[in-house]
Design a protein. Structure first.
Length: 277
């Protein structure tokens, strides 16, 4: 990277930081700790973890296997108790799972005997109990259509490919209108072609909805393409946030333009260097 490119990149970085500072905090992890008791004593997975995420941000979290990325995500989701510290969503402490946080897992866990529409409808009924039947149906169809399943409303989950099932999982999450979207390696079980297609689908729907998103991934290229910031976690035990990298590429993003950007491989190298040390 030459001097002019370095100055331009630093300026974009400052612009992104200023934009983020102007947005209200949506998710705040304050001194978060997670300990598991073992026969040999307590095992500290996370300790003194601090992370602030602002409204409409897309964050990706990377780190070595076993560093506690998915543990952190499950704690934010309210599916795993905290051993210490606090997690707040929109200023309110989390108390178990709630509709303000929707999760897309690596495996979407659909009800196999239900159709795509019925699988999405289950959550919609819970979150919007006072909506009319027509309104609930419209919500389900809207998001299924946005993820490319507009012609598959009546297909049962058993008839779907793994990629189509994950599309249902993404539609189901967005249909809940959550404050925070949590993504736990949602494309980890897919082939590279389907993975790329689903990344584009996710980004397109997120761009429209602008829901605060937190994604755990092992894929450095995926984290750069999708995120506003890449959060790097130290290796366990007692993992915490080790570094962060602002990704100042303009939105909406085009995969080819991102890959051809002069700074792309500098960002990639920075992340790989962190993971290798």
């Amino acid at each position: 990277m030459n001097t002019i490119e370095k100055v331009e990149t630093d300026l974009k970085d400052l612009i992104v930081r200023d934009r983020l500072k102007g947005m209200p905090v949506m998710l705040d992890c304050d001194s978060v700790k997670k300990v598991y008791p073992t026969p040999k004593g307590d095992y500290v997975v996370l300790e003194d973890l601090m992370l602030t995420i602002r409204e409409s941000e897309f964050i990706s979290i990377i780190g070595h296997s076993g560093c506690g990325k998915s543990t952190l995500l499950s704690m934010i989701a309210g599916l795993n108790d905290l051993s210490g510290g606090h997690i707040r969503v929109d200023g309110e402490p989390i108390r178990g799972a709630g509709p303000d946080r929707a999760v897309v897992f690596q495996s979407p866990s659909l009800f196999p005997w239900l159709t795509t529409l019925q699988n999405v409808m289950i959550g919609v009924k819970q979150v919007f109990p006072h909506a009319t039947k027509k309104q609930k149906l419209e919500i389900c169809k809207y998001y299924l259509d946005k993820v490319g399943l507009g012609n598959a409303f009546d297909k049962r989950a058993t008839e779907l490919s793994q990629g189509m099932k994950q599309r249902v999982g993404i539609a189901r999450a967005f249909a809940l209108k959550p404050k925070v979207l949590l993504l736990d390696e949602p494309f980890g079980m897919l082939d590279s072609l389907t993975r790329g297609e689903l990344q584009d689908v996710l980004l397109e729907v997120w761009q429209r909805e602008k829901i605060t998103a937190v994604m755990v991934t092992h894929d450095v290229d995926e984290s750069i393409f999708l995120a506003d910031r890449v959060i790097m976690m130290t290796s366990g035990p007692s993992a915490k946030i080790g570094d962060e990298l602002i990704i100042p590429f303009e939105r909406p993003r085009n995969r080819i333009e991102v890959l051809e950007h002069p700074d792309y491989y500098d960002y990639r190298g920075y992340l790989i260097n962190f993971l290798e040390h």
